[in-house]
Each structure stands twice: as C-alpha cells, then as structure tokens.
Design a protein around this ligand. Structure first.
Ligand code: BGC
Length: 489
C-alpha cells in the first residue's frame, strides 16, 4: 500500500511537471512518465484469435458454409488482395503448433472463437457435426494439459450461411432461439472445461444495413445465452459469461469547448453504450433514443429506426454479464456536426471524427497509435459502468508483412499501450483482470485479407506448411508477460 502510494505520488508529481512543461509546448497534454511497476498478482496474459481468421478447412470434415465463406467466394472478390480464409493459418490441422507458440510466449490463457457452422453446419441444432466438436475438444484439452486456460468466444462474425439464406441473418429475431440453442450445445459439450465464455465479439462498422436491428437481435441473443448459463449451468460448471465490445476512445477535439466534450461523450455512447447500456442498465442510452427517434420522425417513418426493448427484455438484459471484454486499438478526435448522410448510425450521432495527423500510423488506415487514449478510455469505462470486472480482450498493431521479423513499431506499441493499462490499474483503480494481445500470429484480416498483419509471429501464407517466424515484438511481449509488467533494468 505504502509503496504504491509513494509510486503514485512520484508519478503524479512528475506528470504535473511534464504537463506544465508540455503546456508551454502546445498540445502535448497527453505525455507523461513511463511507469515502472507490476500488475497485481494473478493478473493474466494471453492472445486472441478468431475462427474464420485462422482455422481454414472451410468445407472439411462436415463444416457448413458461413457468411464469410460465401462473401469471400464472390466472383468479384470484395477482399483487398483477392484472398480468403479457405486455409488461412490452417489452424484446423495445425492447432498443436498454435499451442506450442502460446507456450513459448508463457501465456496463462488463450482466447479463441468457435466456428458455429463447424459444430452446427446449418446453424440449427438438428444436425450436430461431431467431427467439429472433436476438433474443439482436442484444442481445449491440449490447452489445459499445457496449463493454458481456454477463453471462448461463441460468435466472432462467421454466421452459418444457412441462417442468412433462410432467415436473412441478424435483422431477424428468429436467430435469438438459434443462438440460444448453439450456446446450450457449447455449455453442454465444453462447459466442464471452459469457464470463461464470451457470447459476442461486437464491432459494428459504420454503415452496415439495418445495424440497429442486428444489434437488437444480438443483444437479446446475448441475454438469452447469459440467462441460460445462469439458470442451468453456472451452479455446477462455475464459470462466467461476458460480452466483448470494441470501441475507440473519443477525445474532444478541443477539450476546452464544452460542445466538443459533449460530442465525444455522445460518440462513446453511440459506439460502446449502444451495446453496453442495455447489458449494464437494461436499455439503450437516452441520447440514442432521443436522436434516432427524432430523426426517424423527420424522415416520415411511423416507427423509430432504433427498436424498443420492452420491460421483459430490459429485465433480462440488465446485469447480464460477469465481466466486460474490452477490444481497443485507437482514438478519434470528435466535434459536433449536423446530422448527415443517409439515415443510419453514423449520421445519427451528429458528430464528426478525425485523427491527429501527427499520430503514428500502422499498416491499417484506421489504426493510429494513441497510448494515452487507452488509459482515458479505461477510466471512462470505469466511471460509466461503475468499475466492472474487465478483461482487455484485444489490443494490437498491424504491419505490412514485408519484413518478417523487424517490427519495432509493434514492440513500442505494446510497451506504451500496456503501460497505460498498468497506470489505469495501479494509479486509477480500474478493475482489469487480464490482457489479451491481438494476435498470436498473422491471420486473415477480413476485408484487408493478408495485407494487414497483426501477429507477433509472421506467417508464410505461400507455404503449404504455413511456416511461422517469431517477430521481434514476441520477445518484448514475452518479457512483459514474464515480468507481469515493467521492471526497471
Ligand atoms: C476484431 C478482429 C480484427 C481486429 C483488427 C477486432 O475488433 O475483433 O477480428 O482482426 O479488430 O481489425
């Protein structure tokens, strides 16, 4: 206690000096001192991946087609390099290699996702693919025998194509029941060994069609899966269920302008609060309700584009989490703007966003390095949701893969971002139990194919053996994991 108070006093004094200094130098308000300290005992370290991004074997051993299989197989490829996840890292065949890599990094857990259509080829529980179930059993067992805790995401974007073709996908609330059945199967088959479940990995991109409807179904499906566990499994399986929400931090473009401060808060509520407010408080943020209702009315609709949660659903949703999963990569500068564009989530917020041109860029256009934004974001989560138990479920940096090993910018990214997590935990009292790096190895980065590489291991996607080579950042990250933080040399 005493040491940590002393450390914080030292850091506070120092940062005061730094902020005074930077004040004189203009807009470097966010700089402060690197913190040498360790995370609390029992803090956990791990890596994350997702089924479609690594597994391959898209049509092997009874796996059904998913919407990502269908999408990437279009005649005119929607993927930047024309690639797809048909083979990806071939983790379906090479999962022992993945476990070796995890071991070599000294992690305590591995966050991976289950491909819904691998275990239920049609998405419905009338046909269970036992070979698919065996694959996950083998992976889970191998992890456990190596002392690596499995943390499982049920849905990381690869909806069974049949649910899309037959019901039109997430806008259709019929999917709630199918998701609940899928969750039941997972609890039944894996819940004796899997104690950490994440229902959804949520990241809605800008102008998806009918995003409010999709989100509505997803939220209800989450609540059903959470309550199912609570009712029928928790007592004897003793695990926990959460949801993973991705968001940037929204920094007021001009922090001295109250309208910018308000706009940034609004943007956070539209992005993170959209999913988290129902899960924590039972309903959508009131600012969303007001703005979307008003705009919908002005558009001459007889119902709001933002659907309503009735009391029964509110009760089911409120408190439907044991922890919050936090995916975070970057920050936006936000100011107010008139409602713009087509009717939809982006324009409804009445904000405009930009990145500071001085922020260092990665291989991904959207991903700029803003380490201080992470600490501010974690504090925002703490204050907005009353300091829930959180895991950082993703955080990482992309390169273009041309140099297999030299990735200094990623090493520095991890060092600086994790140092801000440390400050959030030690100096600000944010309740974070673990940190997950994205990703264990280069993988299929959705619409960007294999051009944006997030791995700490380089993968040769031209080699049928999918040889992997450790990048320099793997050494840096391993040391942080080993030291449980940062030890002054
Ligand atoms: C997604 C990952 C993705 C990463 C980088 C995350 O929000 O969950 O699947 O690879 O962002 O774009």
């Amino acid at each position: 206690m005493k040491t940590s108070t002393m450390t914080s006093t030292r850091v506070l004094t120092f940062s005061l000096i730094v902020s005074l200094l930077t004040f004189c130098h203009g807009d470097l308000q966010q700089e402060d001192e690197f913190l040498y300290d360790t995370f609390p005992e029992g803090f956990r370290w791990g890596f994350a991946t997702a089924a479609y991004q690594i597994e391959g074997a898209w049509n092997i051993d009874g796996k059904g087609e998913s919407i990502w299989d269908r999408f990437t197989h279009r005649l005119v490829s929607p993927i930047i390099d024309g690639s797809n996840g048909d083979i990806a890292c071939d983790s379906y065949h090479k999962y022992p290699r993945d476990v070796e890599l995890l071991k070599s990094m000294g992690v305590q857990f591995y966050r991976f996702s289950i491909s819904w259509s691998r275990v239920l080829p049609r998405g419905t529980n009338d046909l269970v693919n036992e070979v698919g179930i065996s694959y996950y059993n083998n992976l889970i067992n191998l992890l456990i025998s190596n002392n690596i805790i499995p943390m499982v995401t049920m849905y990381h974007w690869d909806l069974p194509q049949n649910l899309q073709s037959q019901f039109g996908g997430w806008p259709n609330e019929t999917l709630i029941e199918h998701f609940e059945n899928y969750a039941r199967l997972l609890y039944e088959r894996f819940g004796d060994r899997v104690k950490h479940w994440m229902t959804f990995n949520v990241r809605i991109l800008g102008e998806a069609t009918e995003p409010y409807k999709c989100a509505h179904t997803i939220l209800k499906s989450h609540a059903k899966a959470y309550r199912l566990y609570e009712r029928e499994f928790k007592e004897w399986q003793n695990g926990e269920v959460g949801i993973v929400i991705d968001s940037e931090f929204m920094q007021p473009d001009n922090p001295d302008d109250p309208t910018h401060v308000e706009a940034a808060e609004r943007a956070l509520r539209f992005k993170h609060g959209w999913f988290a407010f129902p899960v924590f408080f039972g309903d959508y943020p009131s600012v969303m309700r007001e703005l979307v209702d008003a705009r919908s009315e002005a558009e001459g609709r007889n119902a709001s584009r933002l659907p309503t949660l009735d009391e029964e659903w509110q009760t089911m949703l409120r408190g439907s989490f044991d922890f919050l999963g936090v995916n975070h990569y970057t920050t936006e500068l936000v100011r107010p703007a008139a409602a713009q564009g087509l009717p939809g989530w982006s324009g409804d917020q009445q904000v405009s966003k930009r990145k500071d041109p001085s922020w260092e860029g990665s291989a991904s256009a959207w991903l700029k390095k803003v380490p201080w934004g992470f600490r501010k974001y974690l504090n925002w989560l703490k204050n907005t949701y009353d300091n829930p138990v959180m895991y950082i479920t993703e955080n990482g940096w992309s390169d273009d893969g041309r140099d297999p090993t030299n990735d200094t910018s990623r090493s520095l990214f991890y060092r600086d971002y994790i140092n801000n997590v440390l400050k959030a935990v030690k100096l600000d009292g944010v309740n974070i139990k673990g940190y997950t790096a994205w990703s264990l190895m280069d993988n299929f980065e959705w619409a960007n194919g294999f051009t944006d590489r997030f791995g700490v291991h380089w993968v040769d996607f031209t080699d049928p053996e999918r040889q992997v080579i450790p990048k320099d950042s793997s050494v840096v990250l391993k040391k942080i994991f080993e030291d449980n933080g940062f030890v002054e040399e």
